[in-house]
Design a protein. Sequence first.
Length: 229
Amino acid sequence: MSEASNVAEKKSVDTLSLVDRVYETLLDRIITGTIRYGDTISIKKVAAELSVSSMPVREAMKRLEFEGVVTIKPRSACRVRRPTRRMILEVYELREALEAFAITRRAGRIDTATLQRIQGIVDGMKRLSSETNADVREKMAIELDRRFHAEIIGLAGNEMLNTFSRQLSLHVNMTLMHEKTYHSLEKEWSEMHAEVLACLQADPLRAVQLLHEHFARAMLLWKENGSPE
């Protein structure tokens, strides 16, 4: 291969990896709620913030558009699409099924380190009751909830499952659900997660049952408190 070809190939790989990094950054911000559904994102501002040219940001946006997450608008901007009621219901049906599978897949064989991580998350949930700032409390609750359910999915030990779950969270994240359910669930929220944890190792079938009850309660409150059409 000629020197010119080597340079061109290296440039292509470097550009691709840069697009990947921008894409992952945007994906993380949408999943965690830093970027909210309905927000308009400026390609130029993202490029300046990440110290890159507009090209990799634009390519990352095209990928998100292909996945149905954003709509690209004129003048170097795009809008994050709001999930429909049907999409939210379908995503939560899938999440419930995937987490139930993950628990039964690792039934009775969860390592100590994983249990300790989940315990740390649940302990953090319990401590939130002492946080007097409601905005801080809700923001921390969203992050802890996201981490808890990511750990549950991780029990399956299946990277394809982890990736698929992450894509589901890209379309419907924890922030969206907490906006409609957290204030109603706040008093029982940490207890619900603690009960699932308590049964994970000793009684996985009961853990799955509790998980189903948790999802059913959350979805009922989401419907009662208003939801997009």
